[in-house]
Design a protein around this ligand. Structure first.
Ligand SMILES: Cc1cc2nc3c(=O)[nH]c(=O)nc-3n(C[C@H](O)[C@H](O)[C@H](O)COP(=O)(O)OP(=O)(O)OC[C@H]3O[C@@H](n4cnc5c(N)ncnc54)[C@H](O)[C@@H]3O)c2cc1C
Length: 479
């Protein structure tokens, strides 16, 4: 058994919190490494904790394992086999979507689901069951996964869609075992460009109305919202709908090489950015300028990185928030809860919560993942500097509002939710626990997120904290 000697601090993309774990040694030969890993997991003594980690793009403590072992994506990078006939890719879980796109977009294939960054691994994409701008059409990542290989304490097996472990792993945030490789379906595209329709809205009601009316006519849809706007402009947004461009859509210069793809990093953020760099004034000015600059209504051709991953052009942009860092608050409320959504946007605006571009999307049908985040409705994500005054109280109150509306907070972004709200937000939690209990009875695969939210144990249900907090914000706990 490896010693807990190679200890390092691991944190999330929000730069807070972090915890110390031992990095498992990497063997030169991946096959030897995986056999050794499976053996290590099978014979791990009681109390051992272990977690697989991708590129650390989850914001909070989902990829942290305090006092345990961490296996990183560098361990899983030997297989990459694309079959154009079946349009399926078999790849090791450590490959990032960036690498998959660089290899396969020039061949005319794109991933079905991409998040707002391409620097996520196949393993991280499955574990969080990530969503993109096309959830209303194509669902979440797991919808396009045929099977994956999983190391659990009892086995190293190929898990397919008929196995409950498949659905416990999709959204299970690494706590069902280690995904070593997966088979995913890819989408055929004619070009590496997106035909983008941009529409500016005056306020949140217009944003909601337009997305409800028009989203189904497009594959991709997202609204970038000014969270600091207020009054009649509350929730004013710029909606961009997208469709894969055909060759005929391209002007001659681009049509010469329609599948060209080679995104580059244009800037690198310094590590010495002071915490006040992204403060209320600068964030307000940015939101204002960006909203004003957007065309009222326009159709244009954009590259895949420009439309899907604009932030990736600045490497390590999370450093701009300074050493204190930031958090991303992403929640979801079901269809029919538009008033709740508007009331939450109003709370953010009233509390003058600075968010450097907030993102609103509409979700379609859920996957069968027990803990998958998306369900039909609306999701809003805000990046908020940690130093924001009154932030904890504000978000604690909104958590209750979200839970009461039948919504949930996204584990991949979370660092602060309380465990008492989780069974309400994720009603299939007990089903997930039953599956995980069978495959990992000793609870080896437990992240800091899992510990904080008591995901593996059912002890915390209605603690007094819930009542205290519920009363404090003037809302009964009603859980
Ligand atoms: C700029 C930005 C934009 C984003 N936009 C979106 C978005 O639009 N939609 C969305 O859904 N998410 C989004 N995310 C979140 C991101 O997609 C997820 O957090 C994703 O899981 C990160 O993948 P990763 O490889 O970095 O995994 P990590 O962050 O390292 O780990 C995430 C989880 O996956 C588990 N895991 C990782 N590898 C394995 C493995 N091999 N086996 C088992 N478990 C594993 C970890 O234990 C952990 O619980 C965004 C993040 C950033 C930084």
């Amino acid at each position: 058994m490896p010693q807990l000697s190679n200890t390092q601090l691991f944190g999330g993309w929000g730069r807070s919190p972090s915890s110390a774990s031992a990095l498992l040694p990497t063997d030169e030969d991946p096959a030897v490494k995986l056999d050794a890993l499976a053996e290590f997991v099978a014979s791990a003594p009681d109390g051992t904790r272990l977690l697989a980690r991708g590129m650390g793009r989850s914001y909070g403590d989902a990829a942290n394992c305090a006092g345990g072992y961490v296996s990183t994506h560098y361990d899983f990078r030997d297989i990459f086999e694309f079959n154009p006939t079946s349009e399926e890719l078999r790849a090791s879980s450590g490959f990032s979507l960036d690498e998959i796109m660089r290899r396969l977009i020039p061949e005319g294939y794109f991933v079905y689901v991409t998040p707002g960054t391409r620097y996520v691994t196949l393993g991280g994409a499955i574990a969080a069951d990530i969503h993109g701008k096309n959830h209303h059409k194509d669902g979440s990542f797991i919808n396009h996964v045929e099977s994956f290989e999983l190391i659990t304490p009892s086995s190293r097996i190929e898990v397919n869609r008929s196995d409950p472990l498949f659905w416990a792993t999709a959204g299970g945030m690494g706590m069902t075992g280690i995904i070593t490789a997966a088979t995913i379906r890819l989408k055929k595209v004619q070009t590496s460009y997106i035909k983008v329709t941009t529409q500016k809205t005056l306020n949140v009601s217009e944003t909601i109305e337009m997305m409800q009316r028009l989203d189904d006519s497009f594959t991709y849809s997202v609204a970038w919202m000014d969270s600091l706007a207020s009054g009649n402009s509350l929730g004013r947004s710029v909606i961009t709908w997208g469709e894969h461009a055909s060759e005929a859509d391209l002007e001659p210069k681009l049509a010469d090489n329609p599948l060209s793809y080679g995104p580059s990093v244009k800037l690198k953020a310094p590590d010495i950015a002071p915490s006040w760099l992204l403060n209320m004034a600068s964030i307000r000015a940015f939101n204002e300028a960006w909203y004003r600059k957007a065309p009222k209504n326009k159709v244009s051709i954009e590259s895949i990185p420009a439309y899907f991953h604009p932030l990736d052009a600045v490497s390590d942009w999370n450093r701009l928030y300074g050493r204190t860092g930031f958090l991303q608050y992403q929640f979801q409320v079901p269809l029919g809860q538009e008033e709740t959504l508007i009331s939450i946007i109003h709370r953010f605006s009233r509390n003058r919560t600075p968010s450097f571009l907030s993102v609103l999307k509409r979700f379609g049908p859920s996957s069968s993942g027990h803990l998958s985040f998306p369900q039909p409705g609306w999701t809003l994500a805000l990046d908020i500097p940690i130093r924001t005054k009154g932030l904890s109280e504000l978000l604690d109150g909104i958590d209750f509002q979200v839970a009461e509306a039948g919504g949930r907070v996204y584990f991949a972004k979370d660092s602060r939710l309380i465990p008492e709200l989780v069974p309400k937000m994720y009603p299939r939690l007990d089903e997930w626990r039953d599956v995980v209990e069978k495959s990992d009875p000793k609870g080896i695969f437990l992240s800091d997120l899992g510990r904080r939210l008591s995901l593996r144990s059912g002890e915390v249900k209605k603690a007094s904290l819930v009542e205290t907090l519920g009363a404090a914000i003037g809302k009964g706990p009603n859980l």
